[in-house]
Ligand binder design. Sequence first.
Ligand code: PLP
Length: 273
Amino acid sequence: MNNTIVWTIAGSDCTGGAGIQADIKTLHNLGVKACTVITAVTAQNSSGVLEINSVSAEVLSSQLNALSAELPASVIKIGLLTNVQQVEQIAERLTFYKGNWPQAPIVVYDPVAIASCGDHLTEEDILVAIKTKLLPLVDVLTPNNNELQKLSGVYAFSWQCLARAGQVLLDLGVGSVAIKGGHIDIAAGYCVDYCTDGEHNYWLASKRINHSNNHGTGCTYASAVSACLAQGFLLRDAVSIAKAYINQGLSHQSLIKKARQKIENGAVWQGGW
Ligand code: PLP
């Protein structure tokens, strides 16, 4: 672990799979110190999101004050913001940090809107504030296909769609867009991510690992990108490492699942100790 600090501004997921909990694990595993600013405490399980308790403006402020006084970040990763007030408050803070800290933080935003179970996590009217106030301050945006559609109006089902959606987001003021391919089906058997900063465009393809539980993969991906950027990797390398990190986790889980099935089907250990 080095002294590099990343803040995660996000919601708590009591299952431990997504949100702040996924962020801390990923940031720690990839070698940076994680500081946390909690925006909401969610109560959820596999049947859905039961409750979302957004923290007040005062509570959000005091967490940010405490951290900025002692532990300024080289990367600020943002996940769940639940309402317009939180979006405006974070946008104001980012403007201040970018203009006043000796080293402007890199801002990575994972535009979380809907939990993996399909339940909404944000208030309905939040979109305009995100587009007009937050996106112009974002250096790296990491949408999945549903989030892409909400923000750009384009649902990606072809290479051309991806390029068009990326351009719409750049036009809204985002520095770079890293679109996650988990929900995008443009190359049979492959999961293709697309990155663009307007000047460089690149695709990252890996064999699709089919998995029934993707809960937390978006948070984990954005945190992995943040950890790499904080350690000085270029974005193109950060997104490659993040993809490898996610794939490793998914294949590990499917190996465990296969092993469990074998045991349930009566497999026995061969050989002795
Ligand atoms: N943040 C919180 C607090 C959540 O509960 C969730 C999903 O349930 C997410 C973010 C998004 O998770 P994912 O990484 O699956 O997109």
